[in-house]
Ligand binder design. Sequence first.
Ligand code: FPP
Ligand code: ZN
Length: 482
Amino acid sequence: MTSAVRRPVPTDSFPTSTSNTQAETEKVLLEHLPAADKNAAATLHKNAHMQFLVRNMVQGFPARYSSQDASQPWLMYWTLHAFSILQVGLDPGNKQRAIDTIMAWQHPDGGFGGGPKQAPHLLPTYAAVSALAIAGRPGEGGGWDQIDRPKMYDFFMSLKQPDGSFLVARHSEVDVRGIYCLLVTATLLDIITPELVAGTAAFVASCQTYEGGFSSASQPYYGPPSSTTAPPTLLQSPRPALGEAHGGYTFCALASWVMLQPFLPSPSSPSQPKINRKSLVRWLVQMQGAPVELGGFKGRTNKLVDGCYSWWVGGAFALLESLGINSASVAPISVEKDGQTETDTDWDDIDDSLMNRKALQEYILYAGQHPVGGLRDKPPKNADAYHTLYCLAGLSSAQHKVVPSPTRQAELLDCWTVDDGVDGGLRKRILAHALSYSEEEGTETIVGGPPNRVNATHPLFNLTITHTEAIMAHFYGQVVPP
Ligand code: FPP
Ligand code: ZN
C-alpha cells in the first residue's frame, strides 16, 4: 500500500493516556529516522547481532532471563533460528551440545517441558522440536530419532477437547497458540491424523472476532450434562470469540487454518468451516503503523507498534497468499480527495503486496536494532532473544515473498515417493502442501542493498526452507527417485 492511502494516526481534542503514549512513541521513532541519506544509514548490523547471539549461547543467558526458566526451549529456538536467518551455521560441537540439552527436556510420558523434569506443554514442545529441526540429525544421538513420536501423539490426544480445541497442558487452558504449536509439531514429525485434528478447523474459525483478527479462544458452549456420569453435550454455533483480536493469536490461527486445509472438505461443502477473509485482511492492514518510513506493526487496535509483530502480523501476509488472497484479489481502495471519491490506482507502485514491505524493513533497521547488538520492541528498550528472532523473521518476510507455488507442488506430488498407507494420499498431500513454498522470482525487496539480505523463512513454520525440507523428508520416509 502506498503513502497515498496512508493517513496519519487521527487525533482529537480529547487526549487520553493511550493517545499520549502513541504521540510519544511516534516522536521517539521519528528521532531514529536519519536526517539525510537514508539509504546509507539503513544497515543491518549482522555482526553485532551475531555477537549478541553468541554471547547468550556460549556464555549462557544473563541473570535477567531467570524468569524464563520454563521457556528454555524457546530461548534455544530463538537463538538457533536467528543464526539461521543471519545465514550462520553452527559447528558440529555446538550442534551436539544443543541436541543433548534439548533432549533432556523430553518428558517420559511424551512431549517436551520447559526445562529438565518440567511437565510437558504444547509451547515448549513446539520450540524444542523446531530447535531440533535446526540442530538435529537422524541416527544415534542426533535427536530426531530419539523423539518419542507415539508418546507425543498420545500426549496430544490427551489434551483434545470435545470442540476440537486442545489444552496447552494437563489441567491448563485452551489457546490457539497451543493449537499452532501442536499442528506444526505434528506436521513436521508426520504424526498428524484426521482423528487428531477432527473439529479443530471449526474451533479455529470460531476464534475470529468482530474486528477480523483472531483472539486466543472461543466461548465453550456446553449443554447441561444428561446425567452425572455422562460428558457435557457440546452445543453447535454460534460460539463467540473470547477476548480481543491480537496479532500473535491471529498468526497462530491463520497458520493453523492453512495447515488444516488438507483435512477440510471442499470449500463448497456446507460442512466446511469458514473464516471472514475480508475483515481479516482489513484488520491486518490496519495493524501497520505510521509514519510511513517507520511502518512497524502493532498487535492490537489502539496499541503501540512493536518489533515482534513484524513477524506475527507482517508474517501473516504471506499466509494470506496461501489462501489465494493478494492485492490482485482484493478490490482497489477508494479514497476521498477534495470531496470526490477516487480509486487508488497507484497502490502497487512499490510492489504488489498488501503490506508496505519497505516501511517494515525501515522500522526494523532504524528503530528495531539496538546499537550494541540484538533487536528490540522499540527504542529506547533493550534487546532480548525473543525480539531478536521475531524482528529478524519479520525482516526476512518483508525482503522475500515466499508463497505456495502450484508448479512446485505438482513437482513434489510427482517425484516424491511417500508410502501413503490407508489414507488415500493424505500424507503425500500434507507433505506437498507444506513444502510447496518457494520464493517468487524477482520479488526480493532489500532496503539498504544486498549486504542487508537475510535468509528466507518458511511462512508456516518459521524455519528455513532447507531445515523444513530436511526434517520432513526424514519423517515422511521420503525417497526422491534419481
Ligand atoms: C499482549 O501483550 C500479548 C498477548 C495477548 C499474546 C501474544 C501472543 C503471541 C505473541 C503469539 C505467541 C505465539 C506462539 C506460537 C507461542 P502486551 O499487552 O504486552 O502487548 P500489546 O500491547 O502489544 O498487545
Ligand atoms: Zn514485542
